[in-house]
Structures are given as structure tokens and as C-alpha cells.
Write a protein that binds this ligand. Structure first.
Ligand code: NAD
Ligand code: UGA
Length: 387
């Protein structure tokens, strides 16, 4: 069936090279591309676990998907990466170390992964005149101006001091010993490099700044499909604790705020960016849902409520516990106080506005997690009882 973009132009099938396309966002984006469009996906990643279902032979999209197991960091001569970029119409770079527990404990890997490793991708896009959609992060905004004011200061309620705008807000990071900011700083550096290259070499680019997209397949449950000692992002931390009936840990009291957005709605925004280059080129887009702004404590309470409801248990069975960031993440951790995206630009250019409220999103995530992990958790409990 023919499809048309926002300007009424027929959408031509594209060959899209998705670097880091086997991760959380990549797996949802590839599903969308393969199920709902005629585009071809060339997926590059070190792992295909989350996209196994897309790689089965004899599926109706089979001729439109390829997986290449490549570690872009180790492909030092770019023998594998370069020809795949050359063969594509569009490159989407998602590859990154992007879990906060790594930022202060593996600072060099974090810096390299988020900046140095992305440089060849930018250079090949220039060399072969390919359009680039680069995944940055809302973390580039860092802390808000309001975070430096006393908590009860009247200016705290002035939205100009906390609403994050692509072309107005400053990027405010902590001191160098707060290694949490290695990620944000590396993402900012590659954004600046892309921006500078576009002026010099007419690179066609779009930068996406996701604001806490959540959904099924995000990260891993410790000790089941990921290492027991690793710390995933908050959705997976809380989900794992709920599944095991353990208290949800609130870092420094869970006072930081985040705006959560459902992955499938966010993927609609990415598809609009892909298919409307005239509107998206040269731009930076916040992609998030400002209506779903909560403190992490509120997130924990809502997850408990929804989980108790879904599993038909009393909410009083589940608790939270305060932990210090030093104990949870180690020295050098710091936090973004508040992250509320201004949505003017993406709404104006692409007409995108997410609608799904946090309670509904959490129900979808927890339903999925219960289905996916219940037998593994049961086995774990059984073996503990035997022991
Ligand atoms: P993810 O960890 O699930 O996906 C990243 C993928 O990149 C993984 O599959 C990983 O194996 C791959 N990768 C990492 N290093 C690689 C290498 N050297 N070679 C090949 N593949 C490599 O994370 P995600 O949530 O899907 O995030 C994707 C991108 O979006 C990242 O750049 C991240 O910084 C950015 N982002 C995500 C969110 C969010 O809400 N999930 C928010 C802000 C920014
Ligand atoms: C994340 C990551 O940096 C990136 O993946 C991404 O760029 C971006 O945000 C995003 O998803 O938009 P952050 O939101 O700090 O950063 O990551 P989470 O691990 O999801 O933590 C959110 C908040 O929950 C933090 O304040 C953290 O301290 C807290 N937290 C986390 C807890 O209180 N308890 C936990 O068990 C885990």
C-alpha cells in the first residue's frame, strides 16, 4: 500500500542502517519498520537477543532485514562498517553505553562509546553523502537552573527555569569528579561535532534527544537475562524488585523528577523524522511526554499500585527503602534534578504529541514483565527453598 509523508509526497522505500539497532529502542524501531513500512533494515549490533523474532527465516519481511554482528569499537579499520553505510540511504546511530551505573564506574568506556566511537559514523555519512539520525539524550541538559535555588524559592515555579528547550536551555553539568556527567558530556561533544560538520560539509542530520522512553525489553532483570551485579535503568530495577517481592530502592530519597514516555509512541516520532526529511533535517528534537512528569518516589508508588492490582495482591506487601547514591552507584554519581521537555518544535514540525499516561504505560510494562519472567522467578524461588 502506498504511503505519503506530511507534505503529501509518496514515501519511497529506504535502506536504513541501524547501528545499535539490536537494543531496546532499536528493537521497537525495527519492528515498526518491518511490520508497518516497506523500508529495509540493516542492523548492526553486538547482540541480536532482542530482535531474534525479526530475524526468523520465511517471515514476510525476511528479504528486508539483515543482521551484522559487529562491535563498532573493535572494527578499527571499518572494513565492516564502511560498506554497510555506503550501501544505505539513511544511517541511524543508537549504539552507546547508556545506563547510569556505568557513567561513574566505567568513565573512559562511557566517553569513548558515546563520542569517539560515533565519529567514524559521522565521517562515513559525509564521505558517502548519507543522511544521519543520531541518538543523543535529554541528559545533555544536565541540571536545571532552578536546582541551584533554595527549594521553596518563588522562582522555582517559573517554567523558564526548568522547561528544557532545544535551542534555549543551557547544558549544566557537575564538577569533573562527578563522573556521572561523562555520558552527558560525551553526548554533547558528538552533537556539537555533527552540528559543526553540517555547516562545513552540508551533512544532513537530525539529533534526537529521548526523555526516558520506557517499555518492554528495556534493559534486563538482574540475574535472569543480565548480570546479577549490574544495575539497569530505573524501570528494570523496580520491576525486578517487584517480581522478587523486594523493596524498591529510592536513591537519595527518590526526589529527582523524570518525564516518562511510552516507547511505541516515541517510535511514531522517529518514523515521522525518518519519512519527513525536509522538516527534520538540521534540527534537534526533544522527544518525551511532559504530562508524565513524576518524582522517582511517585514512580515507585505507582508501580507498586499497578503491580499489586495486576497480580491481585495487597499493595501493602510491597515497600520502598531509601538508599544513598554513594552506596547504590558509588562515588562520582550525581543526578539531573528535573527533566521536563518543551515539545514546541516536534509538535510544530511533525505534529507529534504523545497521549499515553504513566499508569497505562506501567501496566503494559508490568504485564509484559510478568509474562516474560514469571517462570524464571519461580525457578529461582524454588531453588532457594531447596537450598
Ligand atoms: P540499549 O543499551 O538498549 O541499546 C544500545 C545498543 O547499542 C545495544 O544493543 C548495544 O549492544 C549496542 N552497542 C553498544 N555499543 C556497541 C558497539 N560498540 N558496537 C555495536 N553495538 C553496540 O539502549 P537504548 O535505550 O536502546 O538507547 C539507544 C540510544 O538512545 C543510545 O544512544 C542512548 O544513549 C539513547 N537514549 C535512550 C534513551 C531511552 O529512553 N531509552 C534516553 C536517552 C537517550
Ligand atoms: C537515563 C540514562 O542516562 C540514559 O539511558 C538516557 O539517556 C536517559 O536517562 C533517558 O532514559 O532519558 P536516568 O533517567 O538518570 O538516566 O536513568 P535511570 O537509571 O532510569 O534513573 C532515573 C532515576 O531513578 C535516577 O534519579 C536514579 O537515581 C533513580 N533510581 C534508579 C532509583 O531511585 N532507584 C533505582 O533502583 C534505580
Amino acid at each position: 500500500m502506498e504511503r505519503f509523508n506530511l507534505d503529501g509526497e509518496k514515501i519511497k522505500p529506504l535502506t536504513i542502517c541501524l547501528i545499535g539497532g539490536g537494543g531496546f529502542i532499536g528493537s521497537h524501531l525495527c519492528e515498526k519498520l518491518l511490520y508497518k513500512t516497506q523500508h529495509t533494515a540493516i542492523i548492526i549490533d553486538i547482540s541480536s537477543t532482542k530482535i531474534k523474532h525479526l530475524l526468523r527465516p520465511y517471515s514476510c519481511w525476511f528479504g528486508r532485514v539483515q543482521f551484522h554482528e559487529i562491535n563498532v569499537k573493535r572494527d578499527t579499520l571499518h572494513r565492516h562498517l564502511e560498506p554497510l553505510i555506503a550501501a544505505s540511504d539513511l544511517v541511524i546511530n543508537l549504539a552507546a553505553i547508556c545506563t547510569p551505573a556505568n557513567y561513574n564506574t566505567r568513565p573512559l568506556d562511557t566517553i569513548k562509546s558515546n563520542s569517539v566511537d560515533a565519529i567514524p559514523v559521522v565521517e562515513f555519512c559525509i564521505k558517502y553523502k548519507k543522511r544521519l539520525i543520531h541518538f543523543s539524550s535529554c541528559e545533555v541538559y544536565g541540571k536545571t537552573i532552578g536546582s541551584f535555588l533554595p527549594k521553596d524559592h518563588a522562582l522555582q515555579n517559573v517554567s523558564e527555569l526548568y522547561l528544557l528547550k532545544e535551542y534555549d536551555s543551557p547544558c549544566i553539568f557537575g564538577s569533573i569528579d562527578k563522573q556521572r556527567w561523562t555520558y552527558a558530556c560525551a553526548k554533547q561533544m558528538i552533537e556539537r561535532l555533527i552540528y559543526a560538520q553540517s555547516a562545513l560539509h552540508s551533512l544532513e542530520f537530525t539529533i534526537v534527544r529521548p526523555f526516558n522512553w520506557i517499555g518492554p525489553r528495556m534493559d534486563f532483570i538482574r540475574g535472569i537475562d543480565g548480570p546479577r551485579e549490574a544495575v539497569p535503568r530505573v524501570l528494570a530495577c523496580f520491576t525486578g524488585n517487584l517480581l522478587r517481592g523486594k523493596p524498591l530502592k529510592l536513591v537519595d530519597g527518590g526526589q529527582s523528577q523524570r518525564s516518562f514516555c511510552y516507547i511505541k509512541e516515541a517510535i511514531e516520532a522517529v518514523l515521522l523524522i525518518i519519512e519527513n526529511p525536509a522538516r527534520a533535517n538540521g534540527k534537534i528534537f526533544n522527544v518525551g511526554n511532559p504530562e508524565n512528569d513524576v518524582t522517582i518516589k511517585q514512580l515507585a508508588e505507582l508501580m507498586i499500585e499497578v503491580y499489586a492490582d495486576v497480580t491481585k495482591q495487597p499493595a501493602s506487601k510491597f515497600t520502598t527503602i531509601d538508599v544513598s547514591s554513594n552506596n547504590f552507584y558509588g562515588p562520582g554519581y550525581d543526578d539531573s534534578d528535573k527533566r521536563i521537555p518543551d515539545m514546541t518544535i516536534i509538535n510544530r514540525e511533525l505534529g507529534w504529541k504523545p497521549a499515553m499516561r504513566l499508569r497505562t504505560i506501567l501496566k503494559l510494562c508490568l504485564d509484559h514483565a510478568i509474562n516474560e519472567y514469571k517462570s524464571a522467578i519461580k525457578n529461582e524461588c524454588d531453588s532457594l527453598l531447596e537450598f
